[in-house]
Design a protein around this ligand. Structure first.
Ligand code: DC
Length: 234
């Protein structure tokens, strides 16, 4: 038996974090939501006047990167590690549509990516980790033993995100959410630095018609096969 690295990438609102959390729980692995880290930087940008007239002021944000400290702390009440921005728990503040609107432009900035990728690689040094994001299997852990690439139609994903935001009390329309999902897809897949692409050795799962349990079982089987695989040297 050995510890492995599990990279889960895919489009926004494909339910990556739901599956990744459950998977980490079953395996006793650490779970890291890298989208939360980019969202925390976008929240910092909003709170520190790095967004002017709807546009991210890249120079100002880059000059402020030293003032951004992102940490995760496990909360036993919710069963996962929540994200902290400069010692403040921002887990719910980063899930608003306003942060979603600016997070993709913020994630195109190479200096931001470099800072966060370094932290992510540090967190995964000891393996035994499930990390979800857009570039985990391609850039952060190209050597990950298991890579999953999640997809679903834009409409299915927008419905899911719409329900989630409504449940949290956000007053938005389905059309606004769909627009945000498709805009983010475009920015995430066409940016120059680390665009969202399926790693060649990733296993693609279209979960439009799969339940959470079905997805979990499938990925858990794949992970267990690798965890119990005898070393190639034997
Ligand atoms: O997974 P999410 O929707 O919370 O991610 C928010 C944004 O952060 C997403 O639009 C793209 C960006 N992101 C990224 O560029 N690289 C990652 N590893 C994770 C997220």
């Amino acid at each position: 038996m050995r510890d492995i690295t599990i990279a889960i990438d895919g489009f926004s609102s494909t339910g990556k974090s739901t599956i990744a959390k459950k998977l980490a729980d079953k395996l006793g692995y650490v779970y890291v939501d890298t989208g939360a880290m980019y969202r925390a930087v976008a929240l910092f940008a909003l709170q520190n006047q790095c967004i002017e007239k709807d546009v991210v002021n890249e120079e100002k944000l880059i000059a402020s990167l030293d003032a951004i400290q992102i940490k995760f702390k496990y909360n036993p009440q919710v069963g996962f590690a929540e994200v902290y921005l400069n010692d403040e728990n921002v887990e719910s503040k980063i899930r608003t549509l306003e942060v979603s609107k600016y997070v993709s432009p913020v994630a195109t900035i190479s200096e931001v990516r470099k800072m966060l990728v370094n932290q992510q690689q540090d967190m995964g040094k000891g393996k035994g980790i499930v990390m979800d994001g857009r570039d985990i299997g391609t850039v952060v852990f190209p050597e990950a033993e298991l890579k999953i690439f999640m997809t679903a139609s834009a409409e299915t994903r927008a419905q899911r995100r719409y329900r989630e935001l409504k449940e949290r009390g956000n007053n938005i329309s389905y059309d606004e959410v769909l627009e945000n999902v498709t805009t983010r897809d475009k920015i995430d897949t066409t940016r120059e630095d680390s665009p969202l692409v399926k790693a060649e050795d990733a296993i693609e799962i279209d979960n439009s018609d799969l339940t959470i349990e079905e997805q979990l079982l499938r990925i858990l089987n794949l992970a267990n096969t690798l965890i119990h695989k005898k070393s190639d040297c034997n």
